[in-house]
Design a protein around this ligand. Structure first.
Ligand SMILES: [Zn+2]
Length: 448
């Protein structure tokens, strides 16, 4: 189809393009036009200030309205659940559980245009391709526009997708407030047209048994695909984590010149040894092929008391350990606690790790990964298997027993900033992959 031309509902265009395997080509021009409209209408006025789509706020609503307007224009059925999630449906050729493609439409404050929105527009471009060709996907296709994924607004993750499975708690609805304006979550949902009473009752909109696959396309948030010159990645799992956000090490302040090594209780040296020991563990696990990342994101002496001529008496620090494999997380935690005990004896210091927080890893469906990899190969796309370090709605689907996959799209400059840079050609590769998948239908029975 010519760029800028529009589709009309259910009418087959004579020049509707098809992919090599017979699937209708996705409508990339439509997605391109909507990316521009999203940037213009939810942007902060200047490109370097990015876009803001607050969860249950104005920007997110505009994004949902844009996507719903286009879906209706295509003649697709739209439904909204009690949490204001958007479901766009296209009937399939065969009966059976549906395929859902989607992601979130909110953003962080002054974020990028592609984080979240790309996943929804991949789904819409695929659906629009079928409409343009006058064809149907193998199974019912639902394009899912999810609410409130970014935890920056309400301090809670995956609000929309958890609500879709009836898993949002009454306590969250009644007590969690949006950081920007202190509006309570339940009230924010109500003001967007949702139904907090139904959410309180825990009535699910989605039934895992009626979903053959959930696929979330998302821009890659790290530099791997850019570095390797690949357009796409296929996610093998979403990392779980354990974190100590407020850890500290207490030693003793003393004179740097007058205190011999044997009499020191050096908090900096002890904590530095801990960081080096954990880095060694990371290298070991890496060499054994275990997925792991270890980060000491905060590491500071006490501004009031520390000085260049004093042995440090206190270090405040944080540890963030992530892995796809719960067993690896358990091993690293054990080694960490053993190392801490050893360093306390060696350096005469006291570590207080504080409260541990974290999340369980989510496994992507192996059969689904295999099928997507096969389709990519047929299309001549070198899609790399890779872990996902950040949390996504896909984790909620996987944890609710839905066969789940994620496609990463190459993106420069990371995410959650105005400089996200996804090329539309790479977006098109992801949409073509999923158009072919929807055309063929899921090949394997769903795994419980
Ligand atoms: Zn995202």
């Amino acid at each position: 189809m010519r760029p800028g031309a529009t589709s009309s509902a259910g009418v087959q265009s004579d020049d509707a393009p098809f992919l090599k395997d017979g699937a209708p080509a996705p409508d990339i021009a439509l997605a391109e036009r909507l990316f521009i409209e999203l940037r213009e209408r939810t942007g902060e006025g200047r490109p370097d200030r990015g876009v803001t789509r607050a969860s249950y706020g104005l920007g997110e609503q505009i994004a949902h309205d844009i996507v719903q307007r286009e879906a209706r224009r295509l003649g697709l059925l739209c439904a909204i659940d009690a949490a204001c999630n958007l479901y766009i449906s296209l009937d399939g050729r065969e009966p059976g559980p549906a395929i859902i493609i989607g992601s979130h439409l909110d953003s962080v404050p002054k974020g990028g245009n592609f984080d979240g929105a790309a996943g929804v527009l991949v789904g819409l471009a695929v659906a629009a391709g079928f409409v343009r060709a006058g064809q149907r996907p193998a199974r019912d296709l639902i394009v899912f526009g999810i609410r409130a994924e970014e935890s920056t607004w309400f301090g809670a993750s995956y609000i929309g997708s958890r609500a879709a499975f009836g898993k949002l708690t009454g306590t969250e609805l009644d007590t969690v407030a949006r950081t920007s304006d202190r509006v309570l979550l339940g009230a924010a949902i109500a003001s967007a047209g949702g139904d907090p009473v139904a959410l309180h009752a825990g009535r699910p909109h989605l039934d895992a048994a009626r979903i053959a696959a959930f696929i979330e396309p998302h821009i890659e948030q790290g530099p791997v695909l850019v570095g390797e010159g690949r357009a796409l990645g296929i996610v093998t799992g979403i990392r779980g984590s354990f974190r100590y956000r407020h850890a500290r090490c207490d030693g003793q302040y003393s004179h740097s010149g007058a205190t011999p090594r044997s009499h020191r209780n050096d908090a900096v040296l002890a904590t530095a040894h801990l960081a080096v020991a954990l880095d060694g563990l990371w290298k070991q696990h890496g060499a054994a092929g275990h997925d792991l990342s270890v980060t000491f994101g905060q590491f500071a002496t006490d501004r009031e008391q520390a000085a260049f001529s004093k042995v440090a008496g206190r270090v405040d620090f944080s540890i963030d350990v992530r892995s796809e494999d719960p067993a690896t997380l358990d091993l690293v935690r054990e080694d960490l606690l053993r190392t801490v005990a050893g360093l306390e004896l060696e350096f005469g210091v006291k570590f207080s790790l504080g409260e541990e927080t974290g999340s369980q890893p989510a496994h992507m469906d192996k059969a689904l990964i295999a099928q997507l990899s096969d389709v990519a190969q047929v299309q001549g796309v070198d899609a790399r298997p890779m872990p996902c370090g950040a949390g996504h709605d896909a984790a909620v689907f996987a944890q609710n027993g839905v066969p789940t996959a994620m496609i990463f799209i190459r993106n420069r400059n990371g995410s959650h900033n105005p400089h996200e840079a996804m090329e539309i050609e790479d977006f098109a590769r992801a949409a073509e992959l999923l158009a072919a998948f929807c055309h063929a239908g899921p090949k394997t029975p769903r795994t419980p």
